[in-house]
Design a protein. Structure first.
Length: 102
């Protein structure tokens, strides 16, 4: 999955060493390799459970629910959408999804 400069697959230890260097350089010493999976699979983009299931290869929604996380600012966006519903009085006027913009 990871290819080195020579075009050949990197061995596990080389991947770990490269990741360790990268996280130190980024100032995130406690960041784990598995955290990349959580970061890349949150529902912040408006992804549905079915979307996450497909991307993660999960057979059930229960496994994918572990990857849904609360996002800063999301509460304000939900409140704004509810205010729109109140103003219009019609759920059909609400957007189909609310995407957090960072």
């Amino acid at each position: 999955m990871f290819v080195g400069r020579d075009g050949r697959l990197m061995r596990g230890d080389a991947v770990r060493q490269a990741f360790d260097r990268a996280r130190r350089k980024a100032g995130r010493p406690g960041f784990r390799f598995h955290d990349l999976r959580h970061t890349g699979q949150t529902g912040t983009t408006g992804a549905t459970i079915n979307d996450l299931m497909r991307r993660l290869g999960h057979a059930s929604p229960a496994a994918s629910y572990r990857y849904l996380h609360a996002v800063d600012g999301r509460d304000a966006e939900i409140a704004s959408a509810l205010s729109e519903l109140t103003a219009h009085g019609d759920a059909a006027k609400l957007p189909r999804s609310i995407v957090a913009k960072h």
